[in-house]
Design a protein around this ligand. Sequence first.
Ligand code: HEM
Length: 242
Amino acid sequence: MKTNAFDKGRILDVPQKAKAPARKGLVEWLVIAGLLVLSFIPLAGGAFRLTQMAGGTEITPANARFLAMPLPVVVHIVGASMYAILGALQFANGFRRRWPIWHRVTGRLVVICGLLVGLSGLWMTLFYTHPVGDGDFLSALRLLFGSGMIVSIVLGFTAIRRGDVTLHRDWMMRGYAIGLGAGTQSLTLMAGGMIAGPPNELSRALLMGAGWVINLAVAEFVVRKRSTPKGPGFPKGASRSW
Ligand code: HEM
């Protein structure tokens, strides 16, 4: 029997294809583990702050604003913890495909938590008295990226309501990247401190801004890489869905 190039390609492909999903699955879980590790520092800080507040700690300049008006910071920390953890798990493609209902239910929770994080973050930026070291430039960045996070989540949610899976994935990823800026900021602030010593108002704002910019750049890279598939069966310009 005659074998054409397509048949040959298929025969040659078999072992690679069998290995590919396993490798993809491992990469996905490594990414999720990385996201959880990245969230660890701000989440640990949040747990510490909540424990302190619940334990009736004494009022200091570092916590006076939180104790005077606890609701926004409590909503922010609880929402951020759920958003960071449940949000990371949404990246498990195999898991999501096998249990679509799980993705739908927890996804809605992630949307609500993300909106609460963004809105409480904006509220605290506008109404808490800024601690020493947090200037107007940092507030402007918080307003910019906090609004960007809310808009991304809303666009991601409305996209899936219209059935546009690719757009949903892209916007949810951008929203998550901004949210997880809190984790990257702990690294940029640490690196900045090690290189140049304690930051001043401007360098602190720049280092925190860098956390958001780095995360958004990574998200944008992934979005663009995924939406320009190569190889047979994917004509130029076609987009891959989940
Ligand atoms: C999942 C992502 C986020 C996590 C894990 C997180 C975590 C936290 C934590 C733990 C605190 C309390 C800090 C303390 O105890 O001193 C906090 C405060 C705050 N966060 Fe977030 N946050 C996140 C996203 C955001 C976003 C997107 C904004 C942007 C508006 C934001 C704005 C703020 C503001 C303004 C405060 C109060 C800062 C202060 O007055 O010291 N956060 N965040």
